[in-house]
Design a protein around this ligand. Structure first.
Ligand SMILES: [Zn+2]
Length: 188
């Protein structure tokens, strides 16, 4: 079991400046062909992701690596009981770039492990095409639709330092956190 810490933008009622610096960074491309460091980083992200049962996706900056790597569940989103620890149920993208976005935009509330206790309604494309590399460093061209397209767009945002609180959709917060978020958004 991995005990990799997931960076959060705030802890309790305090912004975490150090975490923010990493979460807000624009991530760097991984060297292709993959070298030892790249392989190590991909393995670390995959391990941190598979160790959790509350994540649909995870981006490298969330574990402190400002590299362009994301991992996400690619099936069975609705039924956590069916989530396996198998790598074949995960998608890994290295140096991903969206090459095409289309379809009707869909609005849905999203949460993020790095922004605890808050959900934001975000409009996302229903279909995207992504170019990048897989966990073995082979070139891939992928097409994602519906909910999976949403997850991938969310994770790719992380690589640009963009978080759910940067969208101006309706925000949902718990009562006890309301005052904290009011201050946070006034200052940003
Ligand atoms: Zn996130």
């Amino acid at each position: 079991m991995s005990d990799t810490k997931i960076l959060t933008l705030w802890k309790g009622d305090k912004l975490d400046e150090k975490a923010a610096e990493i979460l807000r960074a624009s991530c760097k491309d991984v060297t292709i062909p993959l070298d030892e460091e790249g392989e190590k980083d991909i393995a670390a992200l995959l391990e941190a992701f598979l160790a959790r049962d509350d994540a649909l996706g995870l981006a490298a900056p969330q574990i402190g690596l400002t590299k362009r790597i994301v991992v996400f569940r690619n099936k069975g989103f609705d039924d956590k009981d069916k989530w396996t620890k198998s790598e074949s149920d995960c998608g890994v993208l290295v140096n991903p770039r969206i090459t095409q976005a289309r379809g009707e935009k869909v609005i849905m509330a999203e949460g993020c492990l790095s922004c605890p206790d808050i959900q934001v309604e975000i409009e996302r494309f229903g279909e995207i095409k992504v170019r990048g590399y897989n966990a073995q460093g082979q070139k891939v061209n992928k097409r994602y639709t519906d909910f999976l397209a949403r997850i991938v767009q969310h994770e790719l945002d992380h690589l640009e330092g963009k978080l759910i609180i940067d969208y101006d959709g309706t925000i949902y917060v718990s009562q006890k956190k309301q005052r904290f978020f009011q201050c946070l958004f006034q200052n940003s």
